[in-house]
Write a protein that binds this ligand. Structure first.
Ligand code: TRP
Length: 448
């Protein structure tokens, strides 16, 4: 019996759990900051609506039709074709992202632990330490981040071993509502800070002179990354969807919630930064969450409590996302190579110890080892997010729109209705024409 999610809520929670992650909480504010604020937000929303949702529908359709792993889906739907290679690329790319994502997940665990113990704040008040120094020390330490990366891998293994329903679904059911609750609390606090309006202005008042090609490619990459698209993660989850799941509604719900989380993070971070007069301190996006926010917490009553809550939020979000990335490869070993769940989990997760360590060291010992001027970590992030994800998404649209059996999209999107409504036909038109052309144009523009 193939694995299935047990309830509608559980299915949504697990899929949202995959989508909502470091991408929303850490990467989105960083990208918004780097790309000039509100104009980026608008382009991002456009990318989610025009490209993200259609591609998500393609992945859902392929996954539920095939009902198996990322490679197997293509073998079942289009036997004797080479499209399964696309699934193979997806498995490789999601594993690649996992190798650095798990390291950042390890950072969040470290921050959570040191917020709990209070270490995070020692020496700050008397000026003998700074958050920036702490972050640098931590990230560039040789063994510490590796230990926490290993702990995160262990947490993943524990959940994954319990399986789809009892592990992934159950943990998402608990964690996602908790995550939303914590976010709402932070939003209320941040928006009531004095001087919040300057931050809101940066985040919400667009300056279109800042939109250029690189803003658009970053926004598209961010949209695919944040929605977990382009590499078979969501098609793997869609194989666990019950037959009567309405794909359109599910895609809309998941994308909406994912955007809401990113949006709320913007509402939290930018007002907090301006309220405490920190916008002048040439902030690098990547440090917003690990340096700026702790600084903000020290200026609020209840410092430690806020820090604990926030890093717990980050941890929950990271965990449900790493689980989904791991599941892609695990499902492949289980279904294609007929391994037991246990064996598949170990085969996928153990090598991660090595790859995670290499990525971790790329901020320390290996920081000077650069390819194209980027550390291993940054190179993997850029190549995977800005090239592999869009390419994967583009190929999937072409496959589903033009090369798969003609009935695939029509049947899946309408849940086997005899006649397709206007909405179904419109979505199919977008998948065949609009999305591929737009993705290709943005990709090509990047190289000019
Ligand atoms: N979407 C997650 C986030 O925003 C990360 C993620 C999970 C992902 N699965 C993925 C990114 C697959 C790309 C592809 O943090």
């Amino acid at each position: 019996m193939a694995a299935k999610f047990g309830s509608k809520i559980g299915m949504i929670a697990a899929t949202v759990g995959s989508a909502v992650g470091l991408g929303n909480i850490w990467r989105f504010p960083a990208e918004t900051q780097a790309n000039g604020g509100a104009a980026f937000l608008l382009v991002y929303i456009g990318c989610v609506l025009l490209l993200g949702i259609p591609v998500m529908l393609v992945e859902f359709s392929i996954g539920r039709e095939g009902g198996t792993d990322a490679i197997g889906n293509y073998r079942r739907i289009s036997p004797k074709s080479k499209w399964w290679l696309l699934g193979g690329m997806g498995i490789a790319a999601s594993y690649m992202i996992l190798t650095f994502y798990i390291v950042v997940a390890g950072w969040t665990l470290e921050y959570f632990v040191s917020a709990l113990s209070g270490d995070l704040f020692t020496g700050i008040a008397d000026g003998s330490a700074s958050f920036e120094g702490k972050m640098k020390d931590y990230v560039s330490s040789d063994w510490k981040p590796i230990i926490f990366t290993i702990l995160m891998i262990a947490a993943n293994v524990a959940v994954l071993l319990m399986g789809v329903r009892k592990g992934i679904e159950k943990i998402s059911n608990i964690m996602m509502p908790l995550l939303f609750l914590i976010l709402v609390i932070f939003c209320v606090v941040a928006l009531s800070l004095p001087g919040a309006s300057d931050g809101l202005n940066f985040f919400l008042n667009p300056d279109f002179s800042k939109v250029n090609g690189s803003v658009v490619i970053d926004a598209m990459g961010q949209a695919f990354f944040s929605l977990s698209l382009g590499m078979g993660v969501l098609s793997t989850y869609a194989a666990y969807f019950p037959r009567d799941t309405r794909l359109g509604r599910t895609a809309a719900t998941v994308s909406f919630l994912d955007m809401v989380v990113a949006f709320m993070m913007g509402l939290i971070i930018f007002p907090a930064v301006t309220s405490f007069g920190m916008q002048g301190e040439s902030l690098e996006g990547a440090t917003l969450v690990f340096v700026t926010l702790p600084e903000v917490f020290t200026r609020m009553p209840g410092t430690q409590l806020w820090a604990i809550l926030f890093f717990m939020l980050l941890l929950l979000a990271a965990l449900t996302s790493t689980i989904s990335m791991s599941e892609v490869a695990i499902r492949f070993f289980q279904d294609r190579l007929k391994m037991s769940r246990r064996k598949a989990v170990l085969i996928v997760m153990l090598p991660l110890l090595l790859f995670g360590a290499i990525n971790s060291l790329s901020s320390g010992l290996l920081a000077d080892f650069k390819i194209f001027g980027l550390t291993i970590f940054d190179l993997l992030d850029t190549v995977a997010t800005n090239i592999m994800l869009p390419l994967g998404a583009l190929a999937m649209c072409l496959y589903a729109g033009w090369f798969a059996p003609k009935s695939l999209l029509a049947r899946q999107l309408s849940n086997d209705a005899r006649s397709q409504g206007v909405a179904t036909r419109a979505v199919i038109f977008i998948i065949r024409w609009v999305s591929p052309i737009a993705i290709a144009a943005i990709l090509i523009a990047q190289f000019n």
